[in-house]
Design a protein around this ligand. Structure first.
Ligand SMILES: Nc1ncnc2c1ncn2[C@@H]1O[C@H](COP(=O)(O)OP(=O)(O)O)[C@@H](O)[C@H]1O
Ligand SMILES: [Mg+2]
Length: 206
């Protein structure tokens, strides 16, 4: 249901970061995009999520461009650093419940304390904010979740707890996953297919 075709992209100042990238992800499928840093994984994630436009090529979700979807965007991207993802002028509860009607049970399983809800983003730690931003993105309206190194800066217990919840919710909603990571063992645990960025990338990467 996600179809990426012949993507090309370069930043203003240089040679192509992405060249002729094509792959697809089916409904409910979990795919890892694995590879060393600097190969354009995050750039590709942003393009698929519609945060940046490619120079060439197309990204289609259910045969439609993402820009055709009005309102809630069915492709959600979450980053390693949640600080950037949340609106600083919104209390935590407003960021969370604007996204979807989150069951209390999920807050508990994610280790989110009720007392955090009335706080501002700068009153939580990076790991706490990350749980909030992940839960926000797990709306049943999300058709593809792109997780860009989302647990790279978390301790292993929090990492496991977070991925357990994410895995269960994705399965319940039949949501697809593109997991961007350099952690191969984590990728194998969570995903059913692994794409090596080097195998997609025909340019000379730095
Ligand atoms: N905003 C930007 N402007 C210019 N170059 C960038 C920008 N963001 C990333 N790059 C460069 O693009 C390349 C790929 O970066 P990135 O997509 O972050 O790779 P990865 O996620 O695989 O580490 C790197 O060489 C990086 O320095
Ligand atoms: Mg990256």
């Amino acid at each position: 249901m996600l179809e990426v075709s012949n993507l090309e992209f370069s930043y203003d100042d240089g040679s192509p970061i992405l060249k002729d990238i094509s792959f697809s992800i089916s409904k409910g499928e979990r795919v890892a995009l694995l590879g060393p840093s600097g190969y354009g994984k995050s750039t590709l994630g942003k393009i698929i999520a519609g945060h940046m436009n490619p120079d060439k090529g197309t990204v289609l979700l259910n045969n439609q461009k993402l820009s055709k979807y009005k309102g809630y965007k069915p492709i959600q991207l979450i980053y390693q650093h949640a600080e950037k993802a949340l609106n600083n002028r919104w209390k935590i509860k407003d960021s969370l419940y604007e996204a979807w009607d989150i069951p209390v049970e999920l807050l508990e399983r994610m280790g989110i304390n009720q007392s955090w809800l009335d706080r501002w983003p700068n009153e939580l730690s990076g790991g706490q904010l990350q749980r909030i931003s992940v839960l926000r993105a797990l709306s049943p309206k999300t058709q593809l979740l792109i997780a860009d190194e989302i647990t790279a800066s978390l301790d292993t217990i929090t990492q496991a707890q977070l991925w357990n919840v994410v895995g269960d919710v994705l399965e319940t909603n039949n949501t697809s996953l593109l997991m961007i990571t350099h952690n191969e063992s984590l990728a194998k645990r969570i995903c059913s297919r692994i794409i090596q960025i080097e195998s997609l990338c025909t340019c000379t990467c730095t």
